[in-house]
Ligand binder design. Structure first.
Ligand code: DC
Length: 208
């Protein structure tokens, strides 16, 4: 079974995808991490994330980079969003994601275009959303916990800019697949969101 979990930054899609993978005993791929590695590699190379050649070159990042905690930072998230607009970057990362999805037994992948481009035949497609306010509040608490200095207003502005870029890029923009199940986590806590995602997934499998 392939489970596609898409949605904007800080919607809760990563938490839901991890929990579904554990629940159904499936391997999980956080595809955003691949784009984050490309964004980080551009900086390490002294390049410009908005330049298609620099971004394409950075797709040859070393595997060890995926373990670097700096990939989880807000700054790297912004770089990832910028390199992800380049068609050559998307093409370079496509096969790796498709191969992960195609492994025997299936997989859970989370990202922006899993249900639409990477695994359009996925048995279950979830599209996770939440209001900008709810997402900014979550990010704010996470960052404060890590001791990072920030304000709610700065996070809201950053999220809005990333949403805008991810939704309006020409190739593989962030949007729900026609057959995706919408999950709004604005008023749900972590456990409620996970329980709801599992019940929706069970329902979808039972109706197939
Ligand atoms: O999910 P995330 O915040 O780690 O993703 C970072 C950026 O990577 C996101 O703003 C857009 C890009 N991305 C993408 O274009 N396609 C994906 N499948 C996953 C991420």
């Amino acid at each position: 079974m392939i489970v596609a979990v898409d949605g904007p930054t800080a919607s809760g899609k990563g938490t839901i995808a991890k929990a579904l993978a554990a629940h159904y005993g499936l391997p999980h791929l956080d595809t955003g991490l691949l784009y984050r590695a490309v964004g980080r590699q551009v900086v390490l190379d002294g390049g410009n994330p908005d330049d298609p050649d620099d971004a394409a070159k950075a797709c040859a990042f070393p595997e060890s980079l995926l373990e670097d905690p700096i990939l989880r930072s807000e700054e790297t998230g912004g770089l990832a969003s910028r390199v992800s607009v380049h068609p050559r970057v998307r093409a370079a990362l496509l096969e790796r994601q498709r191969a992960f999805a195609a492994q025997p037994g299936g997989a859970v992948l989370d990202g922006r275009d899993i249900g639409t481009v990477i695994a359009p035949d996925a048995e279950v497609k979830l599209f996770v959303i939440a209001s900008v306010e709810a997402r900014a509040q979550r990010r704010y608490l996470e960052m404060r916990k890590r001791g990072e200095d920030t304000t709610l207003a700065a996070i809201e502005a950053d999220l809005a800019a990333r949403d805008e870029r991810d939704r309006n890029r020409a190739q593989a923009p962030l949007k729900p697949a026609e057959d995706a199940i919408l999950i709004d986590t604005s008023d749900l806590d972590r456990e409620q969101a996970i329980a709801f995602a599992i019940s929706e997934t069970d329902r979808k499998i039972a109706s197939a």
